[in-house]
Design a protein. Structure first.
Lengths: 219, 186
């Protein structure tokens, strides 16, 4: 009996390829190997190959570029301190080679020295961890939601959806409160409320968690 | 002198580490953005990916490519995030265009998998579906990746994106399953 995955689709089989094998196939797509023969017959591995190819490709579409550039600027503020094992690598004379690429490559060729890292420094002092803000939401009365203002937001976009994310209603507010419309739904149906904060360029700068609620019965 | 050298070594190691990570900023950013379709959550995911990579540096054995290792972290983190948000395949009756006489894709696959070996199910998919249809079906029905995410990740430029491929795959597989039934082979 086939091994069941999600939604009755065959899950990963015993011959399915690991990441290194998938990467090798991407490097040499024409090579006639058992891995290639398996990939040609396995929809799962073909899907995984497509995902990996999407990651390894350096091409960024015109529509994606402003978003990717903004994320990269965000990531560049994240600086790491090397752990002591990595410091040990640079105590060896050959690691002082002129090319930075050679130095970086040397980092990863060093056999584990067995020394424990000194502390667990993650970020250089002052860099901080920059994350998107979350919005704190309250329900002052059954027909409205309110939230705390977000710095830099010029408007807020609210959404009501069913629990499977089917959107029932969306609306915008410039302030920090919105009155909910009356929806034609089954009484007692669980609903989700979410609000996102938008800046002047309509980019999302913060979002709330999904707030579960029910519509009050009509009076 | 010893302290100066230690400081220099520390700066070099730190700069090398950040240089190496920096080379993959765009790739991770692009992949996370394609995964979520939203800049803010993509930025969070991308930052988490590099934090995980940093914390698990010791697990990188050096025998594999760094890009492959980093990809594994990015893929697993994004998929776990997707599952924790409760994303489910949008497929089934609410997405597929209503063709009353047709079965949903899940019914078609259930027939294939429940009654046939995994190899035969794969064989049939390879026979009747094109390359993109196979990938979309596998990613959506096996991994639970939402269709809009698949559209972005696979850079599908057709109208309706991955949704169109699910529909065409369903038609083809339904016809193939029916033929097998008619021939008494299913």
């Amino acid at each position: 009996m086939a091994e069941q995955g999600q939604d009755n689709m065959p899950a990963q089989g015993p011959d399915c390829l690991d990441y290194d094998q998938l990467a090798a196939l991407l490097e040499e797509p024409a090579a006639e190997t058992p891995a290639r023969r398996h990939a040609d017959q396995c929809a799962r591995c073909q899907g995984e190959l497509a995902l990996m190819r999407s990651f390894l490709s350096s091409e960024v579409g015109a529509e994606e570029k402003p978003h990717v550039d903004a994320i990269v600027r965000h990531l560049r503020k994240q600086r790491f301190e090397a752990k002591s094992r990595w410091l040990d690598a640079f105590s060896k004379p050959w690691a002082w080679g002129p090319a930075l690429a050679a130095s970086a490559a040397a980092l990863f060729l060093i056999v584990n020295t067995g020394q424990r890292p000194v502390g667990d420094v993650v970020l250089a002092p002052g860099s901080g961890v920059l994350r998107s803000q979350s919005i704190e939401v309250t329900q002052p009365d059954p027909g409205a939601f309110a939230w705390k203002a977000v710095a830099g937001a010029v408007r807020y976009h609210a959404r009501i959806s069913e629990v499977d994310r089917t959107v029932l209603w969306e609306g915008d507010a410039e302030g920090t409160r919105i009155r909910l419309p009356r929806l034609s739904i089954t009484p007692g149906k669980p609903l989700l409320f979410e609000v996102t904060a938008l800046d002047q360029s309509a980019s999302v700068i913060a979002r709330s968690a999904s707030i579960r609620f029910q519509q009050e019965p009509a009076r | 002198m010893r302290q100066w050298r230690a400081d220099s070594e520390s700066r070099l190691a730190r700069d090398s580490l950040n240089e190496l990570f920096g080379r993959y900023h765009a790739r991770v950013a692009a992949w996370c953005y394609r995964f979520t379709g939203d800049r803010s959550s993509a930025a969070d995911l991308a930052q988490d990916v590099f934090l995980k990579a940093y914390r698990n540096l010791e697990s990188f054995e050096g025998s594999a490519r760094f890009s492959t290792w980093l990809y594994a972290i990015a893929r697993n983190h994004c998929f776990n995030d997707m599952k924790s948000r409760g994303s489910r395949p949008e497929t089934g009756l609410d997405v597929l265009v209503a063709e009353p006489a047709d079965r949903s894709m899940e019914d078609v696959l259930s027939v294939l998998v429940a009654r046939e070996s995994r190899d035969r199910a794969n064989g049939l998919m390879n026979k009747v579906l094109d390359e993109t249809e196979r990938k979309v079906v596998a990613l959506h029905f096996q991994e639970g990746v939402p269709l809009d995410t698949i559209t972005r990740l696979l850079r599908l430029s057709n109208t309706s994106g991955a949704r169109a491929y699910v529909l065409s795959a369903r038609r083809k597989l339904s016809a193939a399953v029916q033929r097998l039934r008619n021939a008494g082979q299913l």
